[in-house]
Design a protein around this ligand. Structure first.
Ligand code: C5P
Length: 247
């Protein structure tokens, strides 16, 4: 469970909704909306990333919010503290439920981001990206990061918590360690989810929805297993049932 502490007027109170975040990885608003119109906001939240946001803009986000979807704006802000704070304020004003920054932007940048969202009447969850899953040890070494990738992930996750953010994006494989190190109040948002028998696509380290939750994930980001399904609502409903039915 997340920390519902004093800032009770916030979007954080909406933790009770679905744990499924459908990744809207589309090139334009029309394609995204044709999928969204088949989905149900009680069964999932939606993630808007850089491609769709750059093509369709804030209007699309507002449209999704108006349809009662909780929106994760996945723009991974990384800039000087003042710029990131203003971007976070602008995202909060759109009514998004969650947004993110790069933990590598540093403690001051994350603190500035947190301060900015806290002023919002509808404070969104604010999480950070630690190490992109496209990075390996060799790539990290090229940018001057020594030591293991896992240690760097934990270091950045701890910095994220120190800055007062709500959680991080991580793979299901990283979740048990982060849950242990960062505690039960820390939000872990996990992509790389594949229901049993689903195609892996380009994902290499995957977990089933149930397995990811049992490994400590708070939310599951799921794209193609739902968006490319012949019947997206049926695919979503199936996963929803799987993770909500008692053992
Ligand atoms: O289609 P699929 O389920 O693989 O989509 C996963 C989503 O999660 C995509 O939007 C992808 O960009 C995002 N993501 C990821 N791995 C990360 C961070 C984000 O797959 N480490």
């Amino acid at each position: 469970m997340l920390n519902n502490k004093a800032d009770s007027k916030t979007n954080i109170d909406k933790i009770s909704g679905s744990k499924i975040i459908v990744a809207l990885d589309y090139a334009d608003a029309t394609s995204a909306m044709s999928l969204v119109n088949q989905l149900d906001p009680t069964l999932c939240k939606l993630k808007v990333g850089k491609e769709l946001f750059t093509a369709a803009g804030p209007q699309l986000v507002e449209q999704l919010v108006a349809k009662n979807f909780q929106v994760f704006l996945d723009l991974k802000f990384h800039d000087i503290p003042n710029t990131v704070a203003k971007a976070c304020k602008a995202a909060s004003d759109l009514g998004v439920w969650m947004l993110n920054v790069h933990a590598s932007g540093g403690l001051e940048m994350m603190q500035a981001a947190k301060q900015a969202v806290e002023k919002s009447p509808n404070r969104p969850f604010l999480i950070a990206v630690t190490v992109l899953t496209s990075m390996n040890k060799a790539q990290l070494s090229l940018i001057g990061i020594k030591g293991t990738l896992e240690n760097h992930v934990v270091r950045l996750a701890k910095l994220t918590k120190q800055a007062g953010l709500d959680g991080v994006v991580c793979s299901a494989g990283e979740a048990p360690k982060l849950r242990k190190e960062l505690g039960s109040d820390f939000c872990l948002v996990t992509p790389g989810i594949r229901p049993e028998n689903a195609s892996l696509d380009d994902q290499k380290r995957v977990a089933s929805p149930k397995a990811a939750l049992s490994m400590g994930a708070s939310y599951l980001v799921i794209g193609r297993p739902i968006t490319q399904a012949t019947q997206p609502l049926a695919a979503l409903t199936q996963i929803y049932k799987e993770i909500t039915q008692p053992q």
